[in-house]
Write a protein that binds this ligand. Structure first.
Ligand SMILES: *Cc1c(COP(=O)(O)O)cnc(C)c1O
Length: 351
């Protein structure tokens, strides 16, 4: 007998983007982190943290943070569940809802690879439905599959496109399971699907502090849904899934929407500039609503450029998968980082 369940032996673990050692001098445009620091209020909360609080277990429902979300997003605090990153909530959803055969996990591809990894761990059957060339939501096939969970990332990664609310409504109305709208990148987008949680009991909207709030290292995410739906997730959640420091710092970040929005505007302006600079270098670039762009080089192969950039200290994301192998996903950096990227790309393409 092997040590592990056969599903674990058979699956491939999730491979996150490379994280160079702290202090390494590198331009890191591979995991969609925010190029700017978090709100000064977060530094302040860290400095004034009462160390004696760490003696005790943290608040299992992160009340303070849920109240901050409630105030910022105008949803009742009991419509919020908090996770150790939104990945934690994705995990809760899969564990609570999915298994093999008639409780399957459904999502359009290409998308966030973790949906597949979590489903494999749970031994849940997966139905992957490819997006058409124009990234219209494949509604008929998603509805026909009728998942116990249907994941839709919007804005989606790695494509950067956003899904129209009416498509999400049609989906939510016509499936009997939960529709999870993963809004990790919503802070850089034109609109949110948040109103749908009031229209449909089976819709969960997921948010994270990792991207818009520049707190990927803190591990803080949350879901918003009808309390009837959240009740099942609370049963599955670790009691202390978010620690006292994350609750305190996350609350400070959530209470400073002005700072977050101002930084998001900077990133969006840089995204438009980077897109146009890449086009001048012969790339085709999809219109993005995230803090990254998906770009197809015109002349040299994407994999060659990925490796050549890496050699020169610039990390971007390359997915060696059908439909993506000719593309690079490039996170939006600071203006200075983006300019260096463009310079290096220019020399690689003309060299
Ligand atoms: C980054 C990302 C997440 C995960 O965020 P964490 O809160 O850091 O766990 C979830 N979904 C998508 C689509 C992402 O890109």
């Amino acid at each position: 007998m092997g040590y592990f369940r056969s599903a674990i032996d058979a699956m491939t673990g999730y491979v996150p983007g490379e994280q160079p050692a702290p202090g390494t001098k590198i331009i890191k445009l591979n995991t969609n982190e925010n190029p700017y620091p978090p709100s000064p209020q977060v530094a302040n909360a860290l400095q004034t943290l009462n160390i004696d609080e760490l003696r005790r277990y943290p608040d299992p429902s992160a009340t303070m943070f849920r109240q901050a979300v409630s105030d910022a997003l105008q949803v009742p605090a009991d419509w919020v569940i908090v996770g150790n990153g939104s990945d934690d909530i994705l995990n809760l959803l899969v564990r609570a809802c999915a298994e093999s055969r008639d409780r399957q996990v459904v999502y359009p591809t290409p998308t966030y690879v973790l949906y597949k990894t979590l489903s494999a761990m749970q031994t849940a059957d997966v139905v992957e439905i490819p997006y058409a060339q124009n990234f219209q939501l494949p509604l008929d096939a998603l509805i026909a599959a009728n998942g116990a969970i249907t994941f839709v990332a919007s804005p989606n990664s790695p494509s950067g496109h956003i899904v129209p609310l009416d498509d999400l409504r049609t989906l939510a109305k016509n499936v009997s399971g939960i529709v999870v709208i993963d809004e990790a990148y919503v802070d850089f987008a034109e609109f949110s699907a948040l109103p749908l949680v009031h229209e449909f009991e089976n819709v969960v909207v997921l948010r994270t502090l990792s991207k818009g709030y520049a707190l990927a290292g803190l591990r803080m995410g949350f879901g918003i849904a009808n309390p009837k739906l959240l009740a099942g997730l609370f049963k599955v959640k670790d009691s202390y899934n978010v620690d006292a420091i994350a609750i305190a710092l996350g609350t400070a970040a959530m209470r400073d929407q002005t700072y977050k929005n101002a930084r998001a505007e900077q990133v969006k302006a840089s995204r438009e500039k980077l897109s146009s600079d890449l086009k001048h270098l012969g790339f085709s670039v999809l219109k993005s609503q995230g803090n990254f762009v998906l770009a197809t080089p015109g002349s040299k192969p994407a994999e060659f450029l990925y490796l050549a950039l890496k050699e020169r200290g610039i990390l971007v994301r390359y997915f060696n998968q059908p439909g993506l192998a000719d593309k690079l996903r490039i996170s939006i950096g600071t203006e200075a980082e983006n300019s260096i990227l463009i310079e290096v790309l220019a020399s690689l393409l003309n060299g």
